[in-house]
Design a protein around this ligand. Structure first.
Ligand code: GUN
Length: 281
């Protein structure tokens, strides 16, 4: 079994982004800028946004966080986004999800200028991804693709089971895998027999937020297992959606939690923001 070291790969990507930022500054006098909109006081969201801001600083981006109370109205959020759309120093706009219940997330995401949509959640970018055109791709599945590439894991013709069908992870993951010529099965909460699908897959990609959902009898010998889940359990530790101690014994490759997909998500946000800034330059 080989561990896929997301932390090391993310560090490598960050170093490459930092070098390109320096070049962009010198040659075009452009500093990539990211605006983050954070609503409410969900501790996990605050922690993620803090990590994103720190990573921006590290690679030399300009970044601002709009930290708003959860009493904010939908039209006020839209106003902030429109301001960021018009701001020439801002290349990327990220609205941290989930938003409070009284806000229509779909409406909010549609207001973001697709050229600044570094999360790849706007329907324009989703449509371009599905049709295999150049687009902004959601950071987590993009990070997983980067891992496959870095570890020479071939996707063509492989049976891949994606567990979870969210707009943020499962659906774009499936589109990317399909674009890479894999045979993709997407399972979700209504799937009748999850194990029947995971157990025959060459590659299992899981991101549902259920600790230890994927057990050893659900995975084929020699499979590649990518764990996107990050769950804090009762003893305070972080675990993924895979029963790592047991499943790892059967795998050819597996991602750990923490230190797997998580750091890659942030690295891909930097990469997407750099891409937006280059388009501006
Ligand atoms: N919430 C959970 N994951 C993400 C993400 O990748 N981007 C945003 N904006 N919110 C999230």
């Amino acid at each position: 079994m080989q561990l896929i070291d997301g932390k090391a790969l993310a560090n490598k990507v960050q170093t490459e982004v930092a070098e390109e930022v320096e070049r962009l500054k010198q040659e075009k006098n452009v500093v990539p800028g990211l605006a983050v909109i954070l609503v409410g006081d969900d501790p996990a969201s605050h922690a993620y946004v803090k990590m994103k801001a720190k990573a921006c600083e590290k690679v030399g981006f300009y970044s601002i966080t709009h930290n708003m109370p959860d009493t904010i109205s939908q039209s006020e959020i839209i106003q902030i986004i429109e301001m960021m759309n018009a701001n020439p120093h801002i290349d990327g706009i990220l609205v941290q999800l989930p938003l409070p219940k009284h806000i229509d997330t779909d409406k909010i995401l549609e207001v973001i200028d697709p050229k600044k949509d570094v999360d790849g959640f706007h329907a324009y970018n989703v449509g371009r991804l599905v049709t295999n055109l150049d687009s902004f791709v959601p950071c987590t599945p993009l990070g997983v693709m980067k891992m496959f590439e870095a570890y020479d894991i071939d996707l063509e013709g492989k049976d891949v089971c994606v567990v979870g069908a969210s707009n943020i992870v499962g659906k774009p993951m499936a589109a990317l895998l399909l674009n890479a010529n894999a045979t993709v099965t997407v399972t979700h909460i209504y799937t009748k027999d999850l194990k029947a699908h995971t157990a025959k897959a060459d590659i299992v990609v899981v991101g549902v937020g259920v600790p230890g959902l994927i057990k050893e009898d659900m995975v084929k010998e020699g499979a590649v297992v990518i764990d996107i889940g990050i769950n804090r359990i009762e003893d305070g530790s972080l675990v993924g959606d895979v029963d790592f101690p047991k499943v790892s014994k059967k795998c050819s490759y597996i991602t750990p939690v923490p230190g797997g997909v998580g750091p890659m998500t942030i690295a891909m946000l930097l990469s997407n923001t750099l891409k937006a800034a280059k388009a501006r330059a």
